[in-house]
Write a protein that binds this ligand. Structure first.
Ligand code: FPP
Length: 250
């Protein structure tokens, strides 16, 4: 499938251009209320809807969400099936509205081995929205950063074997250009909810200079105010990208 021309919306002056979110704590949110974990995931989808809306309103250009990790397959079959069902329902019910509000959807992660119906829905979402430019919603699905880097290494190795690339020409920049979405700028801000303070195999390559903000609330409670709070924290940080002088990300 050919890529549509890159239209990364530019964020207004004081909003990070690319925000990525680890939506953590659905299970604990439910447990704290004596509810089944599935209810936490369902409320998580509602928080996601609110967050996508808020991101568009705030003028964020790119929102990347960690919706199913390569490691989530280790969960009980019933929970995996619930998460797959939520993705199916999210695309079926929300795609028209996302499209109408100018959201472009892209998906990163391993597609091979996924249920063909899920793959069809992911492709439909990408295809329908490919010309939209208000907000780019990057869905990391069946995604793991180490696996993404290994895929990039495989693509590069294939070029070397085919004689199109000299192994000595492999640089960090070249590897970055073989990742799943090489045309996108790295996230300026990565938010993780639930109070856990780690990346859990999310965007490891792209996070080199991202600001990390850990929010002590469970994902179902995340809303526009929490997003604005994380952005305010981002603004208190000074980004130097290895140099001595503070710079902006874009
Ligand atoms: C973490 O909570 C969240 C996930 C495993 C996936 C995030 C999924 C959603 C927000 C809903 C699905 C959305 C789409 C678009 C498919 P957790 O279960 O790890 O919580 P815990 O750490 O408290 O157990």
């Amino acid at each position: 499938m050919s890529e549509a021309p890159l239209t990364v919306p530019l964020a207004p002056f004081d909003v990070p251009r690319h925000v990525a979110i680890i939506m953590d704590g659905n299970g604990r949110w439910a447990a704290a209320r004596g509810l089944p974990r599935a209810e936490g995931h369902r409320r998580g989808v509602e928080a996601l809807r609110q967050t996508v809306r808020a991101a568009g309103e705030l003028g964020i250009g790119i929102l990347t969400i960690f919706s199913f990790s390569s490691e989530n397959w280790a969960r009980p079959a019933a929970e995996i099936s619930e998460l797959m069902g939520l993705l199916r329902r999210f695309i079926r019910h929300d795609l028209a509205e996302l499209h109408a509000s100018g959201v472009r959807v892209r998906v990163i992660g391993e597609r091979e081995g996924l249920d063909p119906e899920i793959n069809r829905l992911l492709e439909e979402a990408e295809e329908l929205t490919r010309d939209n430019g208000k907000l780019l919603l990057v869905v990391a699905f069946n995604y793991g950063a180490r696996q993404e880097i290994a895929r990039a290494a495989c693509r590069i190795a294939a070029e070397v074997v085919a004689g199109r690339l000299d192994a000595a020409a492999i640089t960090a920049d070249l590897l970055g250009r073989h990742l799943d979405a090489p045309d996108l700028p790295d996230p300026d801000l990565i938010i993780r909810t639930s109070g856990e303070q780690r990346l859990s195999n999310f965007l490891l390559w792209q996070a080199a200079y991202s600001e990390l903000v850990f929010v002590p609330i469970y994902w179902p409670d995340f809303d526009r105010a929490a997003l604005e709070g994380a952005i305010a924290e981002y603004h208190r940080r000074e980004r130097r990208f290895g140099g001595l002088v503070a710079r902006t990300g874009s």
